[in-house]
Design a protein around this ligand. Structure first.
Ligand SMILES: [Mg+2]
Length: 235
């Protein structure tokens, strides 16, 4: 039975897209880079994803990605590439200024407070995640936060789970539920670590056959049904 939930943050509890767009617009203004059009903003996620995929494959380090995606972005739109480090610093600082929760996510978190232990497990850097966690109130609701940069490993590495479970003093992995939107990090990671997982799949993407997916939900509040169901089965 689930006593501990490990929540992914981006695209599970918080929608990162609107804050990304607002932050990029702000950087253009702050650094005097001219007009930032919707077309440019629309192009950014594909560039960003491309770089993060290189990170997941181990082809680039995180530092290379953080600045590299903006070098490419600025270059594609004919802006000075040497502004990328400054752009990155401003972007990281602005990312948490605007919070767009995934519908129902924060209510679910609040409802479960005290009923199960809840920890945030996010791949990322403190510089960008801290403000998001604070301004959304997630940091106050959760029992703890683990950012991969601090833990020293990334999802889907088994070691990040081993280390986190050790810190929170959990010896029975069946009591955990990893909830996240990403097959390559959250679900693959839970598979690697041998812990139950719940795939948040709001777009109803096709379920892969090569991964163990114990639960699938299209709304975050449906985590409550999973926990209720487990309790009913126990009785
Ligand atoms: Mg995510």
């Amino acid at each position: 039975m689930t006593r501990i939930i490990l929540w992914d943050l981006d695209n599970t509890l918080l929608d990162p897209r609107p804050p990304e767009r607002l932050a990029i617009r702000k950087c253009f203004k702050d650094l005097d880079l001219g007009e930032c059009t919707d077309e440019m903003l629309d192009a950014y996620p594909a560039i960003n994803n491309k770089w993060w995929t290189m990170c997941e494959k181990g082809e680039k380090t995180k530092d290379e990605i953080l600045v590299g995606r903006f070098q490419e972005f600025l270059s594609v739109f004919g802006r000075p590439v040497d502004k990328a480090p400054e752009f990155l610093a401003d972007y990281m600082d602005s990312l948490g200024d605007n919070i767009f929760p995934i519908p129902g996510a924060l209510d679910t978190l609040r409802f479960l407070k005290g009923k199960v232990k809840q920890y945030i497990l996010t791949n990322g850097v403190w510089a960008s995640q801290r403000k998001k966690l604070c301004n959304s109130g997630v940091i106050d609701i959760a029992d703890g936060v683990f950012v991969s940069e601090d833990v020293g490993f990334e999802k889907p590495e088994k070691e990040i789970y081993d280390k986190v479970l050790d810190i929170i003093g959990c010896t029975d992995r069946s009591e955990i539920l990893m909830v996240g939107d990403s097959l390559t990090t959250d679900i693959q990671g839970a598979n690697n670590a041998g812990i139950p997982c719940c795939w948040f799949n709001p777009m109803h993407k096709e379920k892969p056959s090569d991964l163990r997916i114990d639960y699938e939900i299209d709304e975050i509040s449906k985590v409550l049904s999973i926990i209720n169901l487990q309790q009913e089965n126990m009785n």
